[in-house]
Design a protein around this ligand. Structure first.
Ligand SMILES: NC(=O)c1ccc[n+]([C@@H]2O[C@H](COP(=O)([O-])OP(=O)(O)OC[C@H]3O[C@@H](n4cnc5c(N)ncnc54)[C@H](O)[C@@H]3O)[C@@H](O)[C@H]2O)c1
Length: 324
């Protein structure tokens, strides 16, 4: 040791760190882990309590915009939202379908004296999305809940899928979410209030043959929503929520698939079942909703087990879509 240099009291006389000093070095991390474990225990207890006594926000008089509202899941969610007393703004590329959905709601056929509006918009087209946002905000003042649900699928092996189909799926299922969020988020930010919802799919947690581009878009949406949530959380007083819905295969064919033939050992789900779970998830401000719920656990297990075992379970409980 040179003159004037202080002894390193973190090391023993032979220069090696002592066990107590290692503990001291790692104390901040150890503290974080212990607090994290306690926090997780608290969160599990809280979750159990909330599943018995759920806290649900009211959607009455809220302005809720649903894309893909012209049929299928979007239409069913629109009906349920009307039943909740929401003002439903139905959006779809299909002019006839979206008008029909709004007509049913305005005709009181959902059992509520609710109001619905409708817009014919291609959500994959940014200029149309910006016009939509302007028109809706002018007429309704704000959007409380934005549900990005429109989606398309083509079922074919990757090499039989056309370039146009791949581009279209990416545009409608993924890129449109960017246009919609960027068009509606600024107003939500100003009010520091709002809820952004995306319909993803169980395909976003796993894999399936014959829907390679589709699954890729759903992974994309899931990443978009998770990262958007992180950006929102950066504001400690953030009050804008996100919910991502992951349904298993529905019992009805999407609009552009001629022969929807899902072979699945697990029971496929019905549109009303998914719509109910989605609206419940929104009211409870759940970040992730899987339908059925058990799928979330199954997908986590598939992540943990070795690949060979994951393949075994996937084959044993396979879900296959035809390539028509
Ligand atoms: N059907 C399933 O098995 C299944 C499973 C998991 C997730 N999903 C997802 O659920 C959502 C709804 O699916 P669905 O089964 O009700 O489909 P669907 O085909 O019955 O309805 C989709 C609606 O979106 C509209 N749409 C399509 N392109 C559009 C665009 N560019 N702009 C605006 N609207 C557009 C269509 O006109 C249609 O009304 C989709 O995002 C889909 O990927 C479906």
């Amino acid at each position: 040791m040179e003159a004037g240099q202080r002894p390193d009291n973190r090391s023993s006389s032979n220069g090696e760190p002592t066990p107590s000093n290692i503990v001291l070095d790692y104390l901040p991390m150890i503290t974080k882990v212990v607090v994290g474990i306690l926090h997780s225990i608290y969160a599990f207890i809280n979750l159990a309590f909330l599943s018995i006594y759920p806290v649900e926000k009211s959607l009455k008089d809220k302005v809720v915009l649903v894309t893909g509202a012209g049929r299928g899941l979007g239409r069913e969610m629109s009906y349920l939202l009307a039943k909740e007393g929401a003002k439903v703004v139905c959006v779809d590329i299909n002019a006839e379908g979206v008008k029909e959905t709004a007509d049913v709601i305005n005709g009181g056929r959902t059992g509520m004296d609710a109001g619905a509006d409708f817009y014919t918009t291609n959500v994959a087209e940014p200029s149309q999305v910006n016009e939509l946002a302007k028109a809706v905000e002018e007429k309704w003042g704000k959007v409380d809940v934005l549900i990005n649900n429109a989606g398309i699928v083509a079922s074919a092996p990757l090499m039989d899928t056309t370039d146009e189909q791949i581009k279209r799926m990416i545009d409608v299922n993924l890129v449109s979410h960017f246009w919609m969020v960027r068009a509606f988020l600024p107003a939500m930010r100003k009010r520091n209030e709002g809820h952004i919802v995306a319909t993803s799919s169980v395909a976003a947690f796993t894999c399936a043959a014959n829907i390679v581009p589709y699954a890729a878009t759903k992974y994309g949406v899931t990443g978009l929503m998770a990262s958007l949530r992180e950006e929102l959380r950066a504001n400690p007083s953030n009050n804008i929520k996100t919910t991502t819905i992951h349904p298993f295969f529905l019992d009805s064919a999407p609009i552009n698939v001629k022969h929807w033939d899902v072979k699945s050992t697990l029971p496929i789900v019905s549109i009303p079942q998914v719509a109910r779970a989605a609206i419940q998830g929104i009211k409870r401000e759940d970040v992730v909703v899987t339908v059925p719920e058990i799928l979330r656990l199954i997908m986590q297990i598939l992540w943990i087990v070795p690949q060979k075992s994951a393949d075994y379970w996937r084959d044993a409980f396979s879900s296959k879509i035809n390539s028509a």
